[in-house]
Structure formats: C-alpha cells, structure tokens
Design a binder for this molecule. Sequence first.
Ligand code: C2E
Ligand code: MN
Ligand code: MN
Length: 406
Amino acid sequence: MLATLIYRSRLNQTLDPSQLADLVQQASLRNAQVQVTGILLFDGEYFLQVLEGSLASVNAAYARISQDTRHGNVVELLRDFAPCRRFVDMGMVLFDLRVMQPSLVLRKILRFGTLKYKLASNDRVYKFIRNFIASPNGNGGVRNTSPEQWQFTIKTSPFASEAPLFAEQPCQFAFQPIIEPLRGNISSLEALIRGPNGGSPQEYFSTIAPNKLHEADLASKGWALAMARRLGIGNHKVAINLLPMSLVKIPGAVEILLNHITRNQLNPGQIIVEVTEDEVISGYEEFTWAIRQLRAAGIALAIDDFGSGFAGLSLLAKFQPDKLKIDRTIVTDIHLHGPKQAIVKAIIDCCAELQITVVAEGVEKIEEWCWLEAVGIQRFQGFLFARPMLNGVSAINWPQRLTRKD
Ligand code: C2E
Ligand code: MN
Ligand code: MN
C-alpha cells in the first residue's frame, strides 16, 4: 500500500541555497534506497515535505526527520494512502521558494504528477502545497516558545496537602488544581471521586447498584465540598463532576446541591459543575431545566472532555457553558499534530465568539503547554503542573520564563 505523509517543520539554522541542495541530495539518496519519493518546499524558514512510499519506509523517514536537530517544530499535517505515487519516481524534488517564482513552482509540481495519478489542482496534497506557497510563515505554523525558555519551580499550594476524612464518608476525593501558569493563579480545584481504598471513579461507581448511581453521585458532592472546606478552599473555586442524569433523575437535585454548598459555607459562585454529553440525550428537557436552575443559582457550568466523543458540538449547540475543557486525547502531542492543531484553533475561535473560557486538560508535556499557550489558551490542568492528590492538594509546578543572559 502506498502511504503519503505531509509534514511542516522549521529550520533551526540558516542555509544558503547550495547547502540546501547538498542536504536534499544526501536525503534523496537515502530515500531512493527505500523508494521514498516526494516533494520538498522551503521558504527560507519553513519546510513542507510530501513523502510517498511504503508505510514502513515513510514512517522510518519521518522518524529520522523528527529526530534531526536541524528541524524544529516538526508537525504532521496529513497521513493518507493513495493508489499510486502522485509524483514521478525520481527521488525528492526540491523547490526553494527563495529563488523560484511561486507560479512556476505550482506549474512544475502539476507537471511532475504521474500520468497514472492524474494530479489535478483539486488534489488534497496539491492543495497543501499551494496553501504553503500562498501563505508565508509556514502556513499556519504557530510561533510557540521553546521548552528551553522555561524553568519550573515547585511551590506548595495554599491548601492543606492532606485533610482528615469524615468518619461516615463512603468515598474519597482527589483534588487537582486548574491553573493559569503565566499569571501564577489557581483558577479552581477539581474534585475527582475515589473509592474507599483510593480506587478510580469507575471502580467506585461499579460498587454502587445501578439504580442508586445518580443518588450516590449527587450525594458524593456533599463530601467533595466538605473536603474542600477542610482543605482551606477560602475564596477559591471548586469544580465538581456530575453525571448529567444525576441532575434529572434525583428530584430537587439542584436544591440538594445548593444545600451542600451553603452547609459548607461556600457560595454558589465558587462552584463549577462539569458535565459530559454522556447521557444528556435521554433527558434533554429535564436537563435543560436543571441547567437553568444551576445558572439561576449562580453556579457555573463546564462542558468536560470536549472532543472525546462523549462531549461534542451538539452539546455546545444546545448549551453555551462558562467553560469548555478540551479533552486529553486532543491535547496529547498537539505540538506534533496538524489535525489536532486545526481542531483546537477552531475551538478557540468558537469559544472566543461565544465568550466561553477554554481549559486544556491532561497536559503532561512542556511542549504541549508551549503550543497551547501560543494559540491563546490560558488555563491548564495536567500532570505537568500538578497531579491529583488523594484528600489533599499537591505542590504546584509553576513555569517561569528564563531571562536570557546576553
Ligand atoms: P475528568 O473530569 O476529565 O477528570 C480528569 C481526569 O484526568 C482525572 O482522572 C485525572 O486524574 C486525569 N488527569 C488529570 N491530568 C492528567 C494528565 O496530565 N494526564 C493524564 N493521563 N491524566 C490526567 P480520574 O480521576 O480517573 O477521573 C476520570 C473521570 O471520572 C473524570 O474525568 C470524570 O469524568 C469522572 N469523575 C471523577 N469524579 C467524578 C464524580 O464525582 N462524579 C462523576 N459522575 N464522575 C466523576
Ligand atoms: Mn472533570
Ligand atoms: Mn475531562
């Protein structure tokens, strides 16, 4: 099967046209041995390369490029399969846009197309090439800071690192901060349910009879808030997770929640309820009603796990929450992945238009955070900054920009 891969990267050094030609020749020879062919465009700073060959050879070539220190910001833009090569089997053809006319480049590229493939101007790969040529600065490349520009400092949080449990507590909670790293601000603490032995939410809920699930879910929020108080929550915010149907199936759910809030001397404005699309569909009318009540009481709403398959555009179309949390599956390796980048940019645009605050969850790598900061996200949750801590809040890892010593 013939695989196609397109990536964009940024050159870490300066190269004059002859050096570039040498470099490409070396790479072409290596690629020829494994029958990887394609097109390479260079605009003086960014590369766009189309690789064609067997899946294994294309992957091997791409792995080598990703490791090559001359390339920075290597971002995968397209992976696809094709019935045959788009470009004539003649190695890697270089187009140096510093010395070639864009219109000539495009004409040549169309001419390079194999007759068999009938490369046409509506071909997706060709459109990537055309777009790269038309828009300077690497065609959508984000100028993120490099990880080396940051240094992390661990600071204890203003909360207790451990709070004593209540004698009758059936479940426990791990708390994880959501922070604004560059402001040094803790936006909220998320309460994540744990079983009596520290087991996961799934494990805990599996011990509960299905007909008691929503009741237990709602009741557990009383414990979450009581623990938050014991941790010294002060004026900070607490995010709690609720199955949407817990708000629907339990009569007076919002009142019960409000009681938990006031009993723990908290204010509804400090509470954020996080929901996913999981069950919403089955009780849409009642859910809408519950949400209205939450909003009327001053409680904020967040759509959790946005983009995970459970929380998607249909939920956002029905409810515009205060916050939208981008799921970890999209955040992971975002700095390497063009399609994820395009999705996150669209989410950011959409949320900016609707005045919804975006939170990125599951941030584990400094590169992920650098990219997300660069596109304008300010709130983050993830192991990079702080792990959830059972009945407590861990110290927080705050990034600081290193001042350059010139
Ligand atoms: P969630 O609300 O999306 O919570 C975030 C989950 O991601 C937590 O998993 C947290 O431990 C994990 N996490 C945070 N940062 C990172 C990271 O950087 N890397 C990785 N790999 N994971 C990270 P947890 O605690 O296992 O919770 C799983 C899910 O269970 C939660 O996802 C939430 O949907 C649900 N849940 C938690 N507490 C409750 C609750 O009280 N009621 C209900 N109905 N669901 C709950
Ligand atoms: Mn959550
Ligand atoms: Mn989530």
